[in-house]
Design a protein around this ligand. Structure first.
Ligand SMILES: C[S@@+](CC[C@H](N)C(=O)[O-])C[C@H]1O[C@@H](n2cnc3c(N)ncnc32)[C@H](O)[C@@H]1O
Length: 233
């Protein structure tokens, strides 16, 4: 029989001292002691969650989908800020979907849907998704063989609702990896958001030292079109 894995709960506290009174929000994320990728919070997730925190006034009632969510820090933070959130991870890794559910329970989120969405696969769950305003993906570009599959799924959803955006954080692991040719192939635009713009250029963030020495980039990806004139975000 497989040994039960040990779970620990990590707390992340997002703060804004510039408001009067200062605002803060704490999110609890259960992590599993397991070498698999989707079992704990990656530095990229803290950076993306920090960006969402700075945009929290825009989140209520927005439909937000997180892909490759793992333990789902950004999606949970978006839900705690009032967005209608759908969390997803590979349909082939039920344990990751279980992690999404566990993170919702730890934050008393009862209305968050959890779906198996495997990048690059056109499944009924993908096709039947409602139009989403925002797609989140933290550290989903970590295996070059999957880069195009991630973008195929994202491009499919962005084209369904061309006003939507994909907000993603990327950890630089090799100077040879880049998604630019794939963005061109799938007719996508990418704008980089400097970390200092949202106070994420620190080793410590949200009370955790996870971003540490890692080189993380924040990007906003949209579909290229001549028709959109109204900025939605
Ligand atoms: C590096 S982890 C990042 C997890 C989480 N987003 C974070 O930043 O803490 C990559 C995530 O992508 C998921 N994943 C890997 N391959 C996938 C696929 N083909 N389709 C959907 N999700 C996948 C993994 O299960 C894992 O949760």
């Amino acid at each position: 029989m497989e040994k039960p894995k040990s779970i620990t709960v990590k707390e992340f506290t997002f703060k804004d001292d510039k408001t009067d009174p200062p605002e803060s929000l704490s999110v609890s994320i259960p992590e599993l002691l397991d070498p698999q990728y989707g079992m704990y919070v990656w530095p990229c997730a803290v950076v993306l969650a920090q960006y969402l925190w700075t945009c929290r006034e825009e989140l209520p009632r927005k439909t937000v989908l997180e892909v490759g969510a793992g333990v789902s820090l950004p999606g949970v933070l978006a839900a705690r800020c009032g967005a209608d959130v759908i969390l997803s991870d590979s349909a082939k890794v039920p344990q990751c979907l279980e992690n999404c559910r566990r993170s919702c329970e730890a934050n008393d989120l009862k209305d968050v849907q959890v779906l198996g969405l495997t990048w690059g696969e056109v499944s009924p769950d993908l096709v039947l998704l409602p139009d989403v305003d925002l797609i989140l993906g933290s550290d989903v570009f970590y295996e070059p063989a999957d880069f195009e599959d991630v973008l195929v799924t994202v491009a499919f959803l962005l084209k369904k609702n061309p006003r939507s955006q994909f907000w993603t954080t990327y950890q630089e692991r090799s100077a040879d990896w880049w998604i630019e040719p794939l963005l061109r192939r799938w007719n996508l635009n990418c704008v980089k958001v400097p970390l200092e713009q949202f106070d994420a250029d620190h080793c410590e963030l949200a009370g955790s030292n996870l971003p540490g020495i890692h080189c993380v980039h924040m990007m906003k990806i949209t579909v290229k079109t001549d028709q959109i004139t109204t900025k939605t975000w």
